[in-house]
Design a protein around this ligand. Structure first.
Ligand code: DI6
Ligand code: FE
Length: 401
């Protein structure tokens, strides 16, 4: 049987849903052909391969390539000065209401060219790739005008052209109210729904539509309008929900069959049940929880009991989660939210793929999927969650290369 590359003498954490736990294969092999996984399983059961290249993994662990399902990687400037204000006692919400926060990043994003946005995002993206990330979701949401949201999404798409990584782009025009619409949020939502979403859909700039349903963001009624426009243009939805308060955004997202509802610190039982019924993934963002010094974690035990899929993401953004380490995100998921090691690893692979609607293509080591691998110098998978600030990646493989 012909294959391009054969990785042998490896321990596999396949994350295959049909297998228990991490789907471990102790002495396994993976074969690639034209960028896809052609075969995976116990080496003793492997067909007689004629591989163009055979690699002895010397007993190293192979996981699916990591997936970051929630980032705001494309933005101008930074908010280090606000960090100092917060250290002096100002709250995230106070800064936002005073015109700082997202709106201050909006000015820097509007001032930047598409090329400058790419140049500023690449170091953040490269930090993720260095830890074995092979798929990353990138949101807009700092342009807040038709031209600047389009510029941001084109920059996001181009990140996937200048680096060996799969990028999914999410339109987040309903992230904050731009100054020119001060006092007129419904007027801005008109612009989002009647001009931005049609233009984004027509140009194929986004794979999903997101919104910030929050007191300092948009109301459930405004969010519903965004979701109606997304649905009318055939785009799936996601939502920043229940981050600072309970506006029942998760239940609204579930009503639209959302791919995911994200943050969820203030999620209630009704929201959990709605997500479970809809199959909406709970994307947990412990970096933001940590950075804004939140004290109320998402209801993990209730989400787990209801069978809601759990994903993890960096939420890399300049205001609440300037984090570019998915490995540290896993440690935070375990340390702050009490997720298990298996839940953390599934949260940045299989469940992260599910949160992006891409489980058919990636997120597990199964034949037919993209050959996206991360090969690790570890003795046991728990090391990937346990350590803080240590990167044991040996090799990253994207589409078999
Ligand atoms: N919630 C968040 O934590 C980020 N966006 C959102 O909807 C914050 C984005 C920022 O402060 O720049
Ligand atoms: Fe976010």
């Amino acid at each position: 049987m012909r294959c391009d590359r054969l990785w042998r003498n490896a321990r596999l954490a396949t994350l295959a849903p049909a297998m228990p736990g991490l789907g471990v294969v102790e002495r396994g092999a993976v074969a690639s052909l034209e960028g896809r996984i052609a075969w995976v399983g116990p080496e003793a059961d492997a067909p007689a391969f004629e591989a163009r290249q055979t690699l002895d993994c010397e007993g190293r662990w192979i996981t699916p390539g990591l997936i970051d399902p929630h980032t705001h990687l494309v933005f101008g400037g930074d908010r280090a000065h606000e960090f100092e204000l917060r250290l002096a006692g100002a709250s995230y919400e106070e800064i936002a209401r005073a015109g700082g926060g997202i709106v201050s990043t909006m000015a820097a994003t509007r001032a930047a060219t598409e090329d400058e946005l790419i140049a500023q995002a690449l170091p953040r993206l490269d930090a993720l790739l260095a830890e074995g990330v092979t798929t990353v979701e990138v949101k807009s949401g700092y342009g807040l005008s038709l031209a600047d949201e389009g510029k941001s999404l084109r920059a996001a798409r181009r990140l996937g052209e200048v680096r060996p990584v799969t990028v999914t782009a999410t339109f987040l025009g309903a992230h904050a109210l731009p100054p020119e619409f001060k006092g007129d949020p419904d007027g801005y939502i008109d612009l989002v729904c009647r001009e931005m979403i049609p233009a984004v859909a027509a140009e194929g700039l986004a794979d999903a539509i997101d919104a910030f349903c929050e007191g300092i963001g948009f109301t459930p009624a405004q969010t519903r309008r965004v979701f109606d426009a997304a649905t009318a243009h055939g785009l799936p939805v996601k939502l920043h929900a229940e981050q600072l308060s309970n506006l029942h955004g998760a239940a609204l997202a579930a009503e639209f069959g959302a791919l995911s509802a994200d943050h969820l610190e203030h999620l209630d039982e009704a929201g959990i049940e709605a997500m479970a019924r809809a199959g909406t993934v709970a994307t947990l963002l412990p970096g933001a929880y940590y950075f804004v010094r939140e004290t109320r974690p998402p209801p993990i035990a209730s989400l787990r009991a209801a069978g809601v899929p759990l994903a993890l993401a960096t939420d890399c953004n300049p205001g609440t989660s300037p984090l570019t380490s998915l490995l540290l995100t896993m440690n935070m998921g375990a340390t702050l939210f009490r997720l298990t090691v298996d839940e953390c690893l599934a949260g940045v692979t299989r469940e992260a793929a599910r949160a992006l609607g891409r489980l058919r293509d990636t997120g597990t080591l199964e034949a037919g999927k993209a050959c996206d691998l991360a090969i690790w110098d570890i003795e046991r998978p728990a090391e990937l969650v346990y350590r803080m600030g240590f990167n044991p990646l040996h090799t990253r493989v994207w589409r078999g290369l």
